[in-house]
Design a protein around this ligand. Structure first.
Ligand code: ATP
Ligand code: MG
Length: 398
């Protein structure tokens, strides 16, 4: 979230660059979001100063993308990226330019940017520099490439997915010619790395106009080119309510497949092990609800967040299943005698003392049996009662 302090820090950097004889302006998403009066994530500055010159002017810097001319300036406690005006060289692989050229003009730098709304610049006194009618497109809520759309998408296929992602984030329309060009170039999406595809999809999952993005993903034909051949039934996405996040959306995508395979999904999109574990839980809990109401064991197995998310997914995927009110789920879950093994008042050490036996596989078995007995209220969670129960009624061979 940008604050006045961020803009002040940015202005101070621009002023210092200008005092040293260089040009410098705000560029990119921050300018776009400033004009939309919306919060931006980060401030970017473009300058005619070369990276070495930026490093000479500011005492504390970090080389974050030297090859692309980006230096992180740590002038105040707010780090800000300064990038040298550049134009991109030839594009050899539909994704990255073979080289980047530092150029002296802001115009050249703005020309290489993807969309008119992202090719706006702003001076330190908040004067807008608008060479490609980006402001008009912003007002009309249109995503339009800078220059010929087919050429721009052929240079870099990621831009197609960025167009769709912005349509989800901003709720904007993709200009007709740009959309046609995406349909024409859609196959080139396969040249984009999975990591970049995943990052763009995750930004979409968190967007407030997800449905807009999902329908563009399908009408642009980009969805056919995504890895794994997952079905993007975009009509269904409209029903996914809020709050919505990556966990819900990945699980939803997985469940839209007839034979849902979490490991296939997480492998295809190179998701982290943590995501894999969470998606696995949510998919499993949702599939359980396709079959039955949550039982005591189900309520115990999954955490509250997973149970609530599963309940919301069930109704988008199977509208005939009678709902289990969220309040009821929470109440039932919270009234369980224990929430996890850690809540048991006894430990393995108690069992070893009671039976004068050393540890071994029997211990794990006996603890699991006690856990289930307490959960199902066969015995209360009290050391004396548990001791009595395990001595007299347990099935374990201790
Ligand atoms: P976000 O809010 O997601 O940060 P952003 O517009 O700032 O949106 P970034 O990915 O941070 O997006 O890129 C910063 C700027 O760099 C963009 O506004 C655009 O001008 C330019 N840009 C980024 N990626 C590309 C690309 N693939 N092709 C051309 N220009 C790009
Ligand atoms: Mg940005």
């Amino acid at each position: 979230m940008l604050t006045t302090e961020h803009w002040q820090a940015g202005t101070a950097i621009i002023n210092k660059l200008k005092e040293n004889g260089y040009e410098a302006v705000f560029v990119g998403g921050a300018v776009r979001d400033f004009l939309r009066q919306k919060e931006a994530n980060d401030i970017d500055i473009a300058s005619s100063a070369l990276p070495e010159q930026v490093k000479k002017i500011f005492k504390r810097t970090v080389d974050v993308g030297l090859a692309h001319g980006t230096i992180l300036v740590l002038e105040s406690h707010i780090p800000i990226e300064v990038t040298t005006f550049r134009s991109d060289g030839e594009y050899a692989d539909y994704r990255r330019p073979t080289d980047v050229k530092f150029v002296l003009s802001l115009e050249e730098d703005l020309k290489r940017r993807d969309f008119t709304m992202n090719a706006l610049a702003m001076t330190e006194s908040f004067q807008i520099i608008d060479l490609f009618d980006g402001r008009l497109d912003l007002e009309n809520r249109i995503i339009r490439t800078v220059g010929n759309p087919t050429d721009r998408f052929q240079e870099d296929a990621l831009r197609m997915l960025r167009a769709v992602r912005f349509s989800a984030q901003l709720g904007f329309t993709i200009d007709d010619k740009s959309l046609e060009a995406i349909q024409f170039c859609a196959e080139n999406l396969t040249y984009v790395s999975v990591e970049r595809v995943t990052a763009e999809l995750e930004k979409m999952w968190d967007s407030s106009n997800l449905q807009n993005g999902m329908s563009y993903l399908v009408t642009s034909k980009l969805s056919d080119q995504l890895p794994g051949g997952f079905p993007f039934q975009h009509e269904k996405w409209a029903q996914l309510g809020n709050p919505r996040n990556s966990l819900i959306c990945w699980s939803f995508l997985c469940l839209l497949q007839e034979t849902s395979s979490v490991s296939e999904l997480t492998r295809t999109f190179k998701l982290s092990n943590e995501s894999k574990q969470q998606i696995g839980q949510l998919v499993k809990a949702t599939q359980i609800r396709f079959e039955r109401l949550f039982t005591r064991d189900d309520l115990y197995s999954f955490n509250e967040d997973i149970l609530i998310k599963a309940e919301s997914l069930v109704h988008v995927l199977r509208d005939k299943i009678p709902p289990m009110p969220i309040d009821t789920i929470i109440k039932l879950k919270r009234s369980l005698p224990i929430q996890s093994k850690a809540d048991l008042v006894i430990s393995g050490k108690d069992l070893m003392d009671w039976f004068s036996k050393r540890g071994g596989p029997w211990l794990k078995e006996a603890l699991a049996e006690i856990e289930m007995a307490v959960l199902h209220k066969k015995v209360v969670n009290d050391a004396t009662k548990i001791k009595e129960w395990i001595m007299n009624e347990s099935n374990s061979e201790i």
